[in-house]
Design a protein around this ligand. Structure first.
Ligand SMILES: [Zn+2]
Length: 167
C-alpha cells in the first residue's frame, strides 16, 4: 500500500468526467488499497480516484477513519437513486486542505453500486455517510464541493485557501 499524492483545487484533472470501471483487475485492487491508505493518512472519510489523477468512477469511503474495517466501502460506477431529507453541516475535502464550510446535503442517500465481480448492489447511507456518498460522486462528475457556493463566496474561499497553501 502507498500514500498517493492528492491533486488540489485548481488542477484541471479534478474537473474531468470519469469513465466507468470495466472488469475488475489486480491493478484496481491495488488502487483501492492505496486510496484507503491515502484517505486514512490524510484523516479523511473518503477519497475518489480522480483525486489521485485516475479518471475512473471509483471511490472509497470509511466513515470510521480506519477504526472499523466493516465500514470500508468501495464505490464502483455508483449512481444515486434516491435522496431523502436534508442535513446542514460542515464539509471538507482532501483536495482543498484547510477549508471547511457548511453545506446542505440530503440526510439519506440510496445508491446503485457495482461490486467487484460485476453485480449490482444497493447501498444506503445516512448522515455522514450520505454526505460522503454525495461528495465522492461529485468528484466522479468533476465537481468540488466549493462549486455549490456563489462566485463571491467561492472567491473568498479560494483566497483563503491559496493563502494557507503558501503557508
Ligand atoms: Zn473531496
Amino acid at each position: 500500500m502507498a500514500v498517493l499524492p492528492v491533486l488540489t483545487w485548481g488542477d484541471p484533472r479534478l474537473k474531468k468526467n470519469s469513465e466507468d470501471v470495466g472488469a475488475w483487475t489486480p491493478e484496481l485492487e491495488q488502487l483501492v488499497a492505496d486510496l484507503f491508505e491515502t484517505s486514512l493518512h490524510e484523516e479523511g472519510v473518503g477519497l475518489a480516484a480522480p483525486q489521485v489523477g485516475v479518471n475512473l468512477n471509483l471511490a472509497v469511503i470509511d466513515c470510521s477513519c480506519g477504526e472499523d474495517p466493516e465500514q470500508k466501502l468501495v464505490l464502483i460506477n455508483p449512481e444515486i437513486t434516491k435522496e431523502e431529507g436534508s442535513q446542514v453541516g460542515p464539509e471538507g475535502c482532501l483536495s482543498i486542505p484547510g477549508i471547511r464550510e457548511v453545506l446542505e446535503r440530503p440526510q439519506k442517500v440510496t445508491l446503485r453500486n457495482r461490486t467487484r465481480d460485476g453485480a449490482w448492489e444497493e447501498q444506503i447511507g445516512e448522515d455522514l455517510k450520505a454526505r460522503a456518498f454525495c461528495h465522492e460522486i461529485d468528484h466522479l462528475r468533476g465537481r468540488l464541493f466549493v462549486e455549490y457556493f456563489g462566485p463571491v463566496k467561492r472567491q473568498i474561499l479560494q483566497k483563503k485557501y491559496l493563502k494557507q497553501a503558501r503557508g
